[in-house]
Design a protein around this ligand. Structure first.
Ligand code: PHE
Ligand code: NA
Length: 451
């Protein structure tokens, strides 16, 4: 019924552009801001190991399934899932993958934009030179001062949401492609430079030990849920972002290799960011479990120690902001693409999606100051949204995607779309999708969420 809508949003120029765009979606605040601080909060090495296992056992197989659905459907996730369930005679219940994803997108974008706003502030702070010769105390005070000002946070949140809206409203080709093409390689170069600096710090050894020494006594069941949730969050899975991007992927590109490339790059960025952040933490006697402020309290100290640190720091925060930008675009794309298919103009669709997320974001703004004492089950407004999306909605979406492709799609339909040459690799992927990913996610869910 929706066949007239297939492909209406355009197609990436080639396989590389899809890799770039999907990497643009994947690499973002999740890698540079969130991964280090949740690793710090969850005790280090054992958490990192569980996270890596989740990426391999659930993340990569589900990502392949999600790209496959998108490329086959060629529409927004909501309409793609409607068509796929009809085509495959699967229960209509699986349509919820599309709807639930759009809702998750609203929630995620609302707080993502607030945190991304902080990186905008740090561009200005860095450029102004206030971090010249900064120590950990000064960096901590600067961060605390920023959080204490709801007006400033609101302004930054608004600014970032407008930037996001501008690119989304311009559409896939003009908007999305150009942004990531230049910025992604630059971000990698900056991270390598920071890694070089980390190598010279006294805390480097402690950082490596913290990240890679396995101490399972530090691992709680909640930590395992957080690691699983983060593996979906960081790969942009379970809510349709990667499905929407898959819809714009050329038919001939190899699914497996493309997805592995994205997964590898995303993991690499997270690990390098982790090493840099914890080198500064341990060189300055800081707390690994400092929470969401960790990146903002450590990196300025690193830049202060570097020659031309103000300049490098400014460029770095510009790049983090751009990485967040290219992720934010993909968070909104499923809902916007759907509204376009409904006959609403891309501009209006963007206005509604970004507007609603902006409104919800006010709660996150306030949760760092006025409402910091207002909690639900011990979590602030931001903490609740973060938990609800990463630890519940995204894994749930992922499990449904795995079960749908693994159990309800015909092998023939999967085979012709995925075109995986090796029968062994194809079999392995199917095995992961049918058994390993759903069982692992299910067990972690049941264990971690039940009291
Ligand atoms: N993967 C992004 C990051 O790591 C966040 C994201 C989540 C993007 C969900 C799209 C969908 O920052
Ligand atoms: Na990521």
């Amino acid at each position: 019924m929706n066949s007239d809508k297939t492909g209406m949003h355009g197609v990436w120029s080639n396989r590389w552009t899809f890799i770039l765009a999907a990497t643009g979606s994947a690499v973002g605040l999740g890698n540079i801001w969130k991964f280090p601080y949740i690793t710090g909060e969850n005790g280090g090495g054992a958490f990192v190991l569980v996270y890596l296992v989740c990426i391999l056992a659930a993340g990569i197989p589900v990502m392949m399934a999600e790209v496959l659905l998108g490329r086959k459907g060629r529409m927004s996730p909501i309409n793609t899932m409607r068509q796929m369930t009809d085509e495959q005679n699967a229960p209509r219940f699986f349509r919820s993958i599309g709807w639930m994803g759009a809702v998750s997108g609203f929630f995620i974008l609302s707080f993502y934009s607030v945190i991304a706003g902080w990186t905008l502030a740090y561009v200005v702070k860095m450029a102004s030179g206030i971090f010249d010769g900064a120590d950990a105390e000064l960096a901590g005070n600067e961060f605390g001062g920023m959080l204490g000002s709801p007006g400033l946070l609101l302004l930054l949140h608004t600014l970032f949401m407008i930037l996001t809206g501008i690119v989304i409203s311009r559409g896939v080709h003009k908007g999305l492609e150009n942004g990531v093409r230049l910025m992604m390689p630059l971000l990698f170069m900056m991270l390598i430079l920071l890694f070089g600096y980390a190598l010279t710090t006294p805390g480097f050894g402690a950082a490596i030990a913290f990240l890679f020494t396995l101490d399972f006594s530090k691992l709680s069941t909640t930590s395992v849920v957080v690691a699983l949730g983060h593996s979906f969050f960081t790969l942009s899975l379970g809510m349709g972002a990667i499905m929407a991007y898959g819809a714009y992927m050329p038919k001939q590109a190899s699914l497996g290799r493309t997805v592995l490339a994205v997964g590898f790059l995303d993991t690499l960025v997270a690990l390098v960011a982790g090493v840099v952040v914890f080198s500064v933490v341990f060189s300055n006697g800081l707390e690994p479990g400092a929470g969401p402020g960790l990146m903002f309290q450590t990196l300025p100290v690193a830049f202060a120690a570097l020659p031309a640190g103000d300049l490098i720091g400014t460029v770095f925060f510009v790049l983090v902001a751009v990485a967040a930008w290219s992720s934010a675009i993909s968070i909104a794309e499923p809902a916007v693409a759907w509204s376009v298919e409904k006959g609403i103009s891309r501009f209006k669709g963007t206005l509604v999606v970004c507007g609603l997320s902006w409104l919800l974001g006010l709660g996150t703004v306030l949760s760092f100051n006025e409402w910091s004492e207002v909690t639900l089950f011990g979590k602030t407004f931001f903490g609740t949204l973060d938990f609800l999306t990463s630890n519940i909605l995204l894994p749930l979406g992922g499990i449904l995607i795995a079960v749908f492709v693994g159990w309800f799609m015909s092998r023939e339909a999967i085979g012709t779309e995925a075109r995986i040459q090796s029968p062994v690799l194809f079999g392995l992927w199917m095995f992961m999708l049918r058994y390993v990913s759903p069982v692992a996610v299910g067990l972690i869910f049941i264990n971690g969420l039940l009291p």
